[in-house]
Design a protein around this ligand. Sequence first.
Ligand code: UT7
Length: 324
Amino acid sequence: MASITGIGSYLPNKILTNYDLEKMVDTTDEWIIQRTGIRERRIVENGMITSDLATEASLRAMEDAGVTAEELDMIISSTITPDHIFPSTSCYIQQKLGATRASAFDILAACAGFIYAMSIGQSFVNSGAMKTVLIVGAECLSKITDYTDRATCVLFGDGAGAAIIQKSRTKHEILSTNLAADGIQADVLIMPGGGAKNPASLESVQQRMHYIQFKGKEVFKLAINNITNMILETVEKNGLRLKDIDLIIPHQSNLRIIEATMEKLGLPMEKAFVNIDKYGNTSSASIPIAIDEARKEGLLHKGNIVMLVAFGGGLTWGSSIIRW
Ligand code: UT7
């Protein structure tokens, strides 16, 4: 059975606090904490880019799994902030790791990207076509964040997390992955500039199209409903009950989204892992960073049923159940 045999994460050292943001836009530490739960986030510096963050996280996951670069069969990277639109960031990760045998490609499923990557990796490993797959979620969201827009700039941060997927009898078994999308809502969370529709131009820059834009309230409601329903569906599909879940590791986009979801499910907040206060929303890096931290904090014990769940632009969402 496809299992997670190694996990690793990497966060840049530079911290951007709410107090720093108070000096940049008309906001307050109090508003940000109350409305989002975020206290600080990490920001890349010194020319560091997405493939660098991804490579650091990958090296840690590979060390954790006891896997060398030559053993990697495939690299799947998930990001909305690729080094370039093409070639893929995965090819740069392959280059930086020296993983010469690995095939490499990116997927784009925004905040749900790590779960999408996990689903693809799991399928390749379970089918026997691949033995060792590296999946990595990495983001430099600071590069597409509009630091003049108080409604969005308080939310996002940079970081990366990675996992190795292999068959294993003793490690953390991926019991299921579930994916969903709703393209009707594609425009509620978007970076409109830089693609075929609005290629870079003076106008696209003047209209601030190369930054994340969203309809916050709509995304907020859709997130709670879709995450709640997906958790219930996933539990049922796997013949489990809600009370069988030992820990939910949700995508960290807003503490109030996590709290409302737990309330709807009738589960106590102690069953949800939260680290949004330290890193903000790191899109596809959020779930693997959270898994790594939950493990380091001693929250994951052998045999635990762990639910991963993420929601984001596309709209896309997904879940996975891991037997730790
Ligand atoms: O991973 C999926 C992606 N996640 C998301 O896209 C996040 C989803 N949405 C959210 O998390 C929340 O909608 C936000 C945190 C973005 C906004 O929270 P809200 O409770 O929905 O606030 P709001 O947009 O309704 O704004 C309330 C007030 C407004 O002022 P008025 O019109 O009531 O006078 C805003 O102008 O708060 C104001 N406001 C701010 N005030 C201080 C908006 N941003 C800020 C700010 N500081 N940073």
